[in-house]
Design a protein around this ligand. Structure first.
Ligand SMILES: N[C@@H](CCOP(=O)(O)O)C(=O)O
Length: 320
């Protein structure tokens, strides 16, 4: 987003008619765009689906002074609208169909290789919603191979929520015919997208790296998130989708125990406290919440506290 806003800033300085920058968003794109536009003093305009984004999620663009339109539709509806509006008004479109976004996002692939000391991991698992990311990762890895920095590229896995899985269905149908879907509500709300703008690019990327598409049911992604958190992480439900993909590929033997696998984690868990609270309170309809860790209520007397503590410690005692 910095690259894109710098470009818009330079266009405006050259008196090009750019009145502002806009995007449709399920949240993170609008948060990043509003922040960088605020620092460059460029008007930013957000098309956000009404009632699908909590106030906690909305607060970033609002606080950064963006012009926020809360529209009675879903992300795909917002995307369609901003597409039409930017054809009429000189608003620069910042969604990931813009190649500046992808050029910048591809540096994540370069960072992975650098951090692995230029040893190529076997797998990289990336979430898929609007599908810019999966293509950008492919582009970054491919560029490093072309430059001779590495001799191969990893196999990419695109992980989707089963409630918003147009790419997964396309892949399962042998890439026969792409059909957009009506995206259903998912805890992985940032990828609740049924008609991704980068579908063709994503398919191109996956075909060229022997890629795979996996999906995660709601219960699977929430369980995966809880399991990851219990190892000291604090991940978002979207990363739970990617971890579910890893678990499924490991279980089916496609991903081997010695394969080096990178799972891309997209957001901090603190953005998703409500879903974590609901999970750990066993308060999600039709979900067993197998890894819930609810607080234990106990009365304020020494005996009761000792009782629950002893029970807990006994359950944790090493079994010899
Ligand atoms: N998850 C995104 C949706 C917009 O996708 P983009 O790839 O066009 O940025 C968001 O955070 O808004």
């Amino acid at each position: 987003m910095t690259v894109l806003v710098i470009q818009v800033n330079s266009l405006r300085k050259k008196n090009k008619p750019v009145v502002g920058v806009g995007c449709a968003s399920t949240r993170d794109t609008s948060a990043a765009l509003s922040a960088y536009c605020a620092s460059a003093n460029i008007p930013s305009i957000m098309f956000l689906p009404a009632n699908k984004i909590s106030m906690a999620q909305l607060v970033q663009p609002i606080a950064n002074g963006a012009f926020v339109l809360s529209i009675d539709t879903d992300f795909d509806g917002c995307m369609q609208l901003i597409w039409e509006v930017t054809a009429e008004l000189p608003i620069y479109l910042a969604n990931s169909l813009n190649s500046l976004r992808l050029e910048a996002q591809k540096t994540a692939a370069i960072e992975i290789l650098q951090q692995f000391d230029w040893e190529v991991p076997d797998w990289v698992i990336v979430l898929g919603g609007n599908l810019g990311n999966i293509y950008a990762f492919y582009k970054g890895f491919h560029m490093c191979k072309e430059l001779g920095l590495v001799d191969r590229i990893p196999r990419l896995v695109c992980a989707q929520a089963a409630n918003a899985n147009p790419l997964y269905l396309y892949y399962k149908a042998g890439w026969k015919e792409f059909k957009p879907v009506k995206a259903n509500t998912t805890f992985a709300s940032a990828i609740q997208i049924g008609d991704p703008v980068s579908i063709d690019r994503a398919v191109y990327a996956l075909k060229n790296c022997d890629g795979i598409v996996e999906e995660a049911m709601e219960e699977e992604l929430m369980d995966a998130m809880a399991q990851a958190d219990s190892t000291r992480m604090f991940i978002c439900p979207h990363t739970g989708v990617a971890l579910t993909a890893l678990m499924k590929l490991r279980k089916s033997g496609v991903n081997g125990a010695n394969d080096r696998t990178v799972v891309v984690s997209t957001a901090h868990g603190l953005k998703f406290t409500q879903s974590k609270i609901d999970y750990h309170s066993n308060d999600i309809k039709d979900m067993a919440c197998r890894f819930a860790n609810p607080p234990v209520s106990v009365s304020a007397d020494f005996g009761s506290v000792m009782d629950v503590l002893k029970k807990y410690l006994l359950s944790k005692a090493p079994k010899y």
